[in-house]
Design a protein around this ligand. Sequence first.
Ligand code: SF4
Length: 380
Amino acid sequence: MSLSSMPEQPKVHALNWSRERWELWCRENKLPRFLGKQVQKWMLQKSCFDPELFSDVSKAGRELLKSSFQWDIGLTVSQTLASADGSEKILFRTHDGKYAECVVMPTENRVTMCVSSQVGCRMACTFCQTGKIGFTRHLTAAEIVGQILLGQRVLEDRGAPRTRVTNVVFMGMGEPLDNYDEVVNACRHMISSDGLGLSKHKVTVSTCGLIPEIERLGRDLPVRLAISLHSPDQESRSKMMPVNRRYPLADLKETLLRYPVGNRHGITFEYVMIDGVNDSLAHAKKLVKFLHGLKAKVNLIPMNEHPGSPMKESAAERVSDFQKYLAVRSIPAPVRYSKGQDVSAACGQLATKKRDELNQTPRSVALTRRRELIAESTPR
Ligand code: SF4
Protein backbone atom coordinates (compact mmCIF):
# COMPACT_ATOMS: atom_id res chain seq x y z
CA MET A 1 0.00 0.00 0.00
CA SER A 2 1.43 3.39 -0.92
CA LEU A 3 1.65 6.04 1.79
CA SER A 4 -0.94 8.22 0.10
CA SER A 5 -3.50 5.42 0.08
CA MET A 6 -3.02 4.54 3.76
CA PRO A 7 -5.99 5.49 5.93
CA GLU A 8 -5.46 8.71 7.85
CA GLN A 9 -4.49 8.13 11.51
CA PRO A 10 -7.02 9.57 13.97
CA LYS A 11 -5.58 12.70 15.55
CA VAL A 12 -4.72 12.73 19.22
CA HIS A 13 -6.72 15.04 21.46
CA ALA A 14 -4.77 18.07 22.64
CA LEU A 15 -5.53 17.19 26.29
CA ASN A 16 -4.28 13.62 26.00
CA TRP A 17 -0.59 14.39 25.98
CA SER A 18 1.59 14.51 29.06
CA ARG A 19 3.78 17.53 29.80
CA GLU A 20 6.86 15.57 28.65
CA ARG A 21 5.21 14.64 25.33
CA TRP A 22 4.30 18.28 24.68
CA GLU A 23 7.81 19.45 25.39
CA LEU A 24 9.25 16.89 22.98
CA TRP A 25 6.80 17.87 20.23
CA CYS A 26 7.54 21.57 20.74
CA ARG A 27 11.27 20.89 20.51
CA GLU A 28 10.82 18.87 17.32
CA ASN A 29 8.73 21.65 15.79
CA LYS A 30 10.83 24.55 17.09
CA LEU A 31 7.94 25.95 19.10
CA PRO A 32 8.17 27.42 22.64
CA ARG A 33 8.34 24.61 25.20
CA PHE A 34 5.49 26.13 27.27
CA LEU A 35 3.02 25.80 24.38
CA GLY A 36 1.38 22.78 26.08
CA LYS A 37 0.60 24.94 29.12
CA GLN A 38 -0.87 27.68 26.91
CA VAL A 39 -3.12 25.13 25.20
CA GLN A 40 -4.22 23.76 28.59
CA LYS A 41 -5.09 27.30 29.75
CA TRP A 42 -7.15 28.11 26.67
CA MET A 43 -9.14 24.91 26.92
CA LEU A 44 -9.62 24.45 30.64
CA GLN A 45 -9.66 28.02 31.93
CA LYS A 46 -11.20 29.89 29.02
CA SER A 47 -13.26 27.03 27.52
CA CYS A 48 -11.83 27.90 24.11
CA PHE A 49 -11.27 24.93 21.83
CA ASP A 50 -10.43 26.74 18.60
CA PRO A 51 -6.65 27.15 18.17
CA GLU A 52 -7.24 30.03 15.73
CA LEU A 53 -8.33 32.08 18.75
CA PHE A 54 -5.20 31.35 20.83
CA SER A 55 -4.01 34.95 20.66
CA ASP A 56 -0.78 34.40 22.61
CA VAL A 57 0.41 31.69 20.19
CA SER A 58 2.28 32.53 16.98
CA LYS A 59 0.47 32.17 13.64
CA ALA A 60 2.71 29.23 12.67
CA GLY A 61 2.03 27.62 16.04
CA ARG A 62 -1.74 28.05 15.68
CA GLU A 63 -1.72 26.51 12.21
CA LEU A 64 0.34 23.53 13.31
CA LEU A 65 -1.85 23.00 16.37
CA LYS A 66 -4.99 23.10 14.24
CA SER A 67 -3.73 20.55 11.75
CA SER A 68 -2.07 18.23 14.28
CA PHE A 69 -4.67 17.68 16.99
CA GLN A 70 -8.27 16.86 17.60
CA TRP A 71 -10.01 19.75 19.38
CA ASP A 72 -13.49 18.51 20.07
CA ILE A 73 -13.59 16.57 23.37
CA GLY A 74 -16.05 14.24 21.70
CA LEU A 75 -18.45 13.84 24.63
CA THR A 76 -22.12 14.63 24.29
CA VAL A 77 -24.78 14.63 26.94
CA SER A 78 -27.17 11.80 26.16
CA GLN A 79 -29.43 12.23 29.18
CA THR A 80 -29.48 14.13 32.44
CA LEU A 81 -31.49 13.17 35.48
CA ALA A 82 -31.97 15.69 38.25
CA SER A 83 -32.41 14.27 41.72
CA ALA A 84 -34.48 15.79 44.49
CA ASP A 85 -31.23 16.08 46.50
CA GLY A 86 -29.83 18.59 43.97
CA SER A 87 -27.38 16.25 42.27
CA GLU A 88 -27.59 15.69 38.55
CA LYS A 89 -26.65 12.45 36.88
CA ILE A 90 -25.26 12.77 33.37
CA LEU A 91 -25.22 9.89 30.93
CA PHE A 92 -22.70 10.87 28.27
CA ARG A 93 -21.83 9.41 24.90
CA THR A 94 -18.30 9.17 23.61
CA HIS A 95 -17.29 9.88 19.99
CA ASP A 96 -17.34 6.11 19.28
CA GLY A 97 -20.84 5.59 20.66
CA LYS A 98 -20.04 4.27 24.15
CA TYR A 99 -22.00 5.35 27.20
CA ALA A 100 -20.69 6.20 30.67
CA GLU A 101 -21.81 8.33 33.55
CA CYS A 102 -20.81 11.13 35.84
CA VAL A 103 -22.63 12.94 38.61
CA VAL A 104 -22.44 16.62 39.48
CA MET A 105 -23.32 17.46 43.08
CA PRO A 106 -23.64 21.16 43.87
CA THR A 107 -24.03 22.39 47.45
CA GLU A 108 -23.90 25.87 48.91
CA ASN A 109 -20.13 25.93 49.28
CA ARG A 110 -18.81 23.57 46.65
CA VAL A 111 -19.52 21.61 43.50
CA THR A 112 -18.37 18.00 43.57
CA MET A 113 -18.06 15.95 40.43
CA CYS A 114 -17.95 12.15 40.48
CA VAL A 115 -16.20 11.06 37.28
CA SER A 116 -15.75 7.77 35.42
CA SER A 117 -12.36 6.50 34.31
CA GLN A 118 -13.48 3.61 32.10
CA VAL A 119 -16.50 2.45 30.14
CA GLY A 120 -17.42 -0.53 32.32
CA CYS A 121 -14.89 -2.17 34.61
CA ARG A 122 -13.03 -5.47 34.73
CA MET A 123 -12.83 -5.77 38.52
CA ALA A 124 -16.19 -7.59 38.78
CA CYS A 125 -17.09 -6.61 42.35
CA THR A 126 -20.27 -8.54 43.13
CA PHE A 127 -22.20 -5.65 44.70
CA CYS A 128 -21.57 -3.23 41.84
CA GLN A 129 -23.68 -2.67 38.76
CA THR A 130 -20.70 -1.53 36.68
CA GLY A 131 -18.85 -4.71 37.61
CA LYS A 132 -21.65 -6.66 35.94
CA ILE A 133 -21.33 -4.77 32.66
CA GLY A 134 -17.75 -5.91 32.12
CA PHE A 135 -15.04 -3.84 30.50
CA THR A 136 -15.42 -1.95 27.23
CA ARG A 137 -12.55 0.53 27.11
CA HIS A 138 -10.47 3.06 29.02
CA LEU A 139 -11.46 6.70 28.91
CA THR A 140 -8.75 9.10 27.77
CA ALA A 141 -7.46 12.00 29.89
CA ALA A 142 -9.44 14.38 27.64
CA GLU A 143 -12.62 12.35 28.20
CA ILE A 144 -12.08 12.32 31.97
CA VAL A 145 -11.48 16.07 32.20
CA GLY A 146 -14.26 16.55 29.64
CA GLN A 147 -16.78 15.21 32.17
CA ILE A 148 -15.97 18.17 34.42
CA LEU A 149 -16.58 20.58 31.54
CA LEU A 150 -19.87 18.78 30.78
CA GLY A 151 -20.92 19.02 34.44
CA GLN A 152 -20.18 22.75 34.51
CA ARG A 153 -22.16 23.27 31.31
CA VAL A 154 -25.16 21.36 32.71
CA LEU A 155 -25.13 23.61 35.81
CA GLU A 156 -24.79 26.75 33.66
CA ASP A 157 -27.80 25.67 31.56
CA ARG A 158 -29.74 25.10 34.75
CA GLY A 159 -28.85 28.63 35.94
CA ALA A 160 -27.25 27.22 39.09
CA PRO A 161 -25.72 29.82 41.43
CA ARG A 162 -22.41 27.91 41.50
CA THR A 163 -21.14 26.24 38.35
CA ARG A 164 -17.40 25.84 38.85
CA VAL A 165 -16.40 22.35 39.97
CA THR A 166 -14.34 22.48 43.19
CA ASN A 167 -13.96 18.80 44.14
CA VAL A 168 -13.49 15.68 42.05
CA VAL A 169 -13.84 12.06 43.11
CA PHE A 170 -13.04 9.08 40.89
CA MET A 171 -16.00 7.02 42.02
CA GLY A 172 -17.95 6.70 38.80
CA MET A 173 -17.58 3.79 36.38
CA GLY A 174 -14.26 1.97 36.29
CA GLU A 175 -11.19 1.31 38.39
CA PRO A 176 -9.06 4.45 37.96
CA LEU A 177 -5.73 2.80 38.69
CA ASP A 178 -6.43 0.22 35.98
CA ASN A 179 -6.20 3.18 33.59
CA TYR A 180 -3.19 4.65 35.32
CA ASP A 181 -1.54 6.92 32.74
CA GLU A 182 -4.76 8.58 31.55
CA VAL A 183 -6.00 9.11 35.11
CA VAL A 184 -2.70 10.62 36.25
CA ASN A 185 -2.64 12.89 33.21
CA ALA A 186 -6.24 13.95 33.88
CA CYS A 187 -5.42 14.65 37.56
CA ARG A 188 -2.50 16.82 36.45
CA HIS A 189 -4.90 18.87 34.29
CA MET A 190 -7.16 19.21 37.33
CA ILE A 191 -4.58 20.39 39.87
CA SER A 192 -2.31 22.38 37.56
CA SER A 193 -2.43 26.17 37.92
CA ASP A 194 -2.48 26.20 34.09
CA GLY A 195 -5.41 23.77 34.07
CA LEU A 196 -8.51 23.66 36.25
CA GLY A 197 -6.52 24.84 39.28
CA LEU A 198 -8.24 22.56 41.82
CA SER A 199 -6.66 22.00 45.21
CA LYS A 200 -4.71 18.74 45.35
CA HIS A 201 -6.65 18.02 48.56
CA LYS A 202 -9.90 18.14 46.61
CA VAL A 203 -9.13 15.48 44.04
CA THR A 204 -9.65 11.93 45.31
CA VAL A 205 -8.63 8.78 43.46
CA SER A 206 -10.55 5.79 44.74
CA THR A 207 -9.24 2.29 44.11
CA CYS A 208 -10.30 -1.25 44.94
CA GLY A 209 -6.69 -1.98 45.88
CA LEU A 210 -4.27 -2.36 42.95
CA ILE A 211 -1.08 -2.42 45.00
CA PRO A 212 1.61 -1.63 42.38
CA GLU A 213 -0.39 1.34 41.11
CA ILE A 214 -1.08 2.63 44.65
CA GLU A 215 2.69 2.68 45.17
CA ARG A 216 3.21 4.53 41.87
CA LEU A 217 0.47 7.02 42.71
CA GLY A 218 2.15 7.80 46.04
CA ARG A 219 5.28 8.78 44.12
CA ASP A 220 3.62 10.51 41.16
CA LEU A 221 0.77 12.63 42.49
CA PRO A 222 -0.11 14.55 45.67
CA VAL A 223 -3.89 13.91 45.41
CA ARG A 224 -5.96 12.11 48.03
CA LEU A 225 -6.40 8.35 48.12
CA ALA A 226 -9.53 6.39 48.92
CA ILE A 227 -9.70 2.61 49.22
CA SER A 228 -12.89 0.71 48.42
CA LEU A 229 -12.49 -1.71 51.29
CA HIS A 230 -15.99 -3.05 51.99
CA SER A 231 -14.75 -5.88 54.20
CA PRO A 232 -11.86 -6.30 56.65
CA ASP A 233 -11.99 -10.07 56.29
CA GLN A 234 -9.83 -11.84 53.68
CA GLU A 235 -12.37 -14.55 52.87
CA SER A 236 -15.49 -12.43 52.59
CA ARG A 237 -13.65 -9.61 50.76
CA SER A 238 -12.40 -12.11 48.18
CA LYS A 239 -15.99 -13.20 47.59
CA MET A 240 -17.15 -9.62 47.15
CA MET A 241 -14.10 -8.32 45.30
CA PRO A 242 -12.08 -10.75 43.15
CA VAL A 243 -9.14 -8.29 43.20
CA ASN A 244 -8.58 -9.31 46.82
CA ARG A 245 -7.31 -12.73 45.71
CA ARG A 246 -4.56 -11.07 43.68
CA TYR A 247 -3.77 -8.40 46.27
CA PRO A 248 -4.71 -9.77 49.71
CA LEU A 249 -5.66 -7.52 52.60
CA ALA A 250 -2.42 -8.14 54.49
CA ASP A 251 -0.36 -6.90 51.51
CA LEU A 252 -2.71 -3.96 51.01
CA LYS A 253 -2.23 -2.95 54.63
CA GLU A 254 1.57 -3.13 54.29
CA THR A 255 1.37 -0.90 51.21
CA LEU A 256 -0.87 1.62 52.95
CA LEU A 257 1.42 1.79 55.97
CA ARG A 258 4.20 2.87 53.61
CA TYR A 259 1.98 5.25 51.63
CA PRO A 260 3.19 8.86 51.89
CA VAL A 261 0.08 10.29 53.57
CA GLY A 262 2.12 13.32 54.79
CA ASN A 263 -0.09 16.28 54.01
CA ARG A 264 -2.80 14.30 52.24
CA HIS A 265 -5.25 14.22 55.18
CA GLY A 266 -4.90 10.46 55.59
CA ILE A 267 -6.67 7.75 53.64
CA THR A 268 -10.42 7.38 53.24
CA PHE A 269 -11.92 3.89 53.34
CA GLU A 270 -15.20 3.34 51.54
CA TYR A 271 -17.39 0.71 53.18
CA VAL A 272 -20.67 -0.27 51.51
CA MET A 273 -22.96 -1.68 54.21
CA ILE A 274 -24.64 -4.85 52.94
CA ASP A 275 -27.22 -6.64 55.00
CA GLY A 276 -25.81 -9.82 56.58
CA VAL A 277 -22.61 -9.68 54.50
CA ASN A 278 -20.24 -7.19 56.15
CA ASP A 279 -22.28 -5.27 58.71
CA SER A 280 -21.85 -7.23 61.97
CA LEU A 281 -19.96 -6.03 65.04
CA ALA A 282 -17.45 -8.82 64.37
CA HIS A 283 -16.72 -7.07 61.05
CA ALA A 284 -16.44 -3.73 62.84
CA LYS A 285 -13.92 -5.26 65.26
CA LYS A 286 -11.82 -6.64 62.38
CA LEU A 287 -12.04 -3.29 60.64
CA VAL A 288 -10.61 -1.49 63.68
CA LYS A 289 -7.75 -4.00 63.69
CA PHE A 290 -7.12 -3.49 59.98
CA LEU A 291 -7.01 0.29 60.36
CA HIS A 292 -4.63 0.22 63.32
CA GLY A 293 -1.57 2.36 62.52
CA LEU A 294 -3.23 4.11 59.56
CA LYS A 295 -4.43 7.72 59.46
CA ALA A 296 -7.91 6.73 58.41
CA LYS A 297 -11.47 7.87 57.97
CA VAL A 298 -14.28 5.48 57.01
CA ASN A 299 -17.26 6.39 54.86
CA LEU A 300 -20.16 4.05 55.62
CA ILE A 301 -22.38 3.82 52.54
CA PRO A 302 -25.70 2.00 52.80
CA MET A 303 -25.86 -0.23 49.74
CA ASN A 304 -27.69 1.17 46.74
CA GLU A 305 -29.84 -1.83 45.78
CA HIS A 306 -30.19 -2.56 42.09
CA PRO A 307 -32.33 -4.88 40.01
CA GLY A 308 -31.13 -8.46 39.77
CA SER A 309 -28.92 -8.29 42.85
CA PRO A 310 -29.90 -10.34 45.91
CA MET A 311 -27.88 -8.00 48.16
CA LYS A 312 -29.78 -5.61 50.36
CA GLU A 313 -29.03 -2.41 52.22
CA SER A 314 -28.17 -2.88 55.93
CA ALA A 315 -30.83 -1.86 58.43
CA ALA A 316 -30.37 1.65 59.83
CA GLU A 317 -29.87 0.25 63.34
CA ARG A 318 -27.01 -2.00 62.20
CA VAL A 319 -25.34 0.91 60.42
CA SER A 320 -25.68 3.01 63.55
CA ASP A 321 -24.22 0.26 65.82
CA PHE A 322 -21.31 -0.23 63.40
CA GLN A 323 -20.67 3.51 63.33
CA LYS A 324 -20.74 3.79 67.14
CA TYR A 325 -18.29 0.91 67.49
CA LEU A 326 -15.81 2.78 65.29
CA ALA A 327 -16.51 6.17 66.87
CA VAL A 328 -15.68 5.06 70.41
CA ARG A 329 -12.36 3.81 69.03
CA SER A 330 -11.64 7.26 67.56
CA ILE A 331 -12.32 6.31 63.96
CA PRO A 332 -14.53 8.90 62.24
CA ALA A 333 -17.15 7.09 60.18
CA PRO A 334 -19.82 9.35 58.70
CA VAL A 335 -22.73 7.68 56.94
CA ARG A 336 -22.83 8.77 53.33
CA TYR A 337 -25.86 8.10 51.23
CA SER A 338 -25.25 7.80 47.47
CA LYS A 339 -26.46 11.01 45.89
CA GLY A 340 -29.35 10.81 43.48
CA GLN A 341 -30.87 7.54 44.68
CA ASP A 342 -34.14 8.52 43.02
CA VAL A 343 -32.40 8.73 39.61
CA SER A 344 -30.27 5.56 39.52
CA ALA A 345 -27.17 7.43 40.64
CA ALA A 346 -25.24 4.41 41.90
CA CYS A 347 -22.36 3.88 39.57
CA GLY A 348 -23.31 2.02 36.40
CA GLN A 349 -27.09 1.94 36.77
CA LEU A 350 -27.92 4.42 34.04
CA ALA A 351 -25.30 3.15 31.60
CA THR A 352 -26.58 -0.39 32.14
CA LYS A 353 -30.10 0.73 31.32
CA LYS A 354 -28.81 2.44 28.17
CA ARG A 355 -26.76 -0.56 27.14
CA ASP A 356 -29.72 -2.90 27.63
CA GLU A 357 -31.87 -0.53 25.60
CA LEU A 358 -29.33 -0.47 22.75
CA ASN A 359 -29.00 -4.24 22.80
CA GLN A 360 -32.73 -4.81 22.58
CA THR A 361 -34.07 -6.32 19.39
CA PRO A 362 -37.17 -4.66 17.85
CA ARG A 363 -39.22 -7.56 19.25
CA SER A 364 -37.93 -7.11 22.78
CA VAL A 365 -38.48 -3.33 22.55
CA ALA A 366 -42.11 -4.04 21.62
CA LEU A 367 -42.46 -6.54 24.47
CA THR A 368 -40.95 -4.11 26.97
CA ARG A 369 -43.27 -1.34 25.80
CA ARG A 370 -46.25 -3.70 26.07
CA ARG A 371 -45.27 -4.61 29.63
CA GLU A 372 -44.93 -0.91 30.47
CA LEU A 373 -48.39 -0.17 29.02
CA ILE A 374 -49.92 -3.02 31.03
CA ALA A 375 -48.19 -1.75 34.18
CA GLU A 376 -49.35 1.83 33.52
CA SER A 377 -52.98 0.74 33.05
CA THR A 378 -53.04 -1.54 36.10
CA PRO A 379 -54.67 0.14 39.15
CA ARG A 380 -52.32 0.41 42.16
S1 SF4 B 1 -16.82 -1.20 42.67
FE1 SF4 B 1 -15.38 -0.04 41.40
S2 SF4 B 1 -13.75 -1.51 41.00
FE2 SF4 B 1 -15.47 -2.73 41.69
S3 SF4 B 1 -16.54 -3.33 39.79
FE3 SF4 B 1 -17.49 -1.42 40.52
S4 SF4 B 1 -16.45 0.19 39.41
FE4 SF4 B 1 -15.15 -1.64 39.26
